[in-house]
Write a protein that binds this ligand. Structure first.
Ligand code: ZN
Length: 170
């Protein structure tokens, strides 16, 4: 790091961290803590711009920046996909996708029926579907208020694209 490299402005840092949910932007990682990485190297761009900054854990930062084992194109795509995910899906939906990346295919998640609105876009997009014996059953006595959702085959393909740094939508 040279002396003439200014610090990343605090507001921009926060925006970059928020974009990635304060976790590593690599979909299969999502670990904390995170550092801010320049996608195109500082030595080349000599500027801090939001579009060129991404949150990475120290491991992935080193693999990308120092060891050059991750192509910049993949990191650009992860960044673009984060923007898509943040724009379209709720926090609950994004957390479900993160869980699903590492989960076996036959897993179904219980969700309280009052939260199903927060899963609206994943359901609409066919990425998850309601499953199981426990069909939603309107009840006011505190029972049978759980629904179960699972990743569909289309959702598997979506997760595969996300992990492999491919465009999320065709
Ligand atoms: Zn990471």
């Amino acid at each position: 790091m040279t002396q003439d490299r200014p610090a990343i402005p605090a507001a921009m840092r926060r925006e970059v961290l928020e974009e990635a949910g304060y976790a590593c932007a690599v979909p299969s990682c999502r670990s904390t803590p995170v550092e801010i990485a320049h996608i195109e190297p500082w030595s080349k761009v000599q500027a801090h711009t939001f579009d060129n900054l991404i949150a990475l854990c120290p491991n992935h930062h080193t693999r990308f920046d120092v060891e050059r084992r991750i192509p910049a194109a993949s990191v650009h795509r992860w960044k673009a996909n984060l923007a898509l995910l943040n724009g379209r899906y709720s926090d609950l939906e994004r957390r479900l996708l993160e869980e699903a990346v590492d989960a076996p295919e036959n897993v179904a998640w219980p969700v309280h029926s009052s939260l199903s609105l927060l899963l609206k876009h994943l359901l609409e997009d066919g990425i998850i579907s309601r499953v199981g014996l426990n069909q939603p059953n309107i009840s006011f006595n505190g029972r049978k208020q759980e629904i179960f959702v699972a990743i569909t085959p289309k959702g598997r393909e979506f997760l595969r694209r996300w992990q492999n740094a491919e465009p999320l939508y065709e």
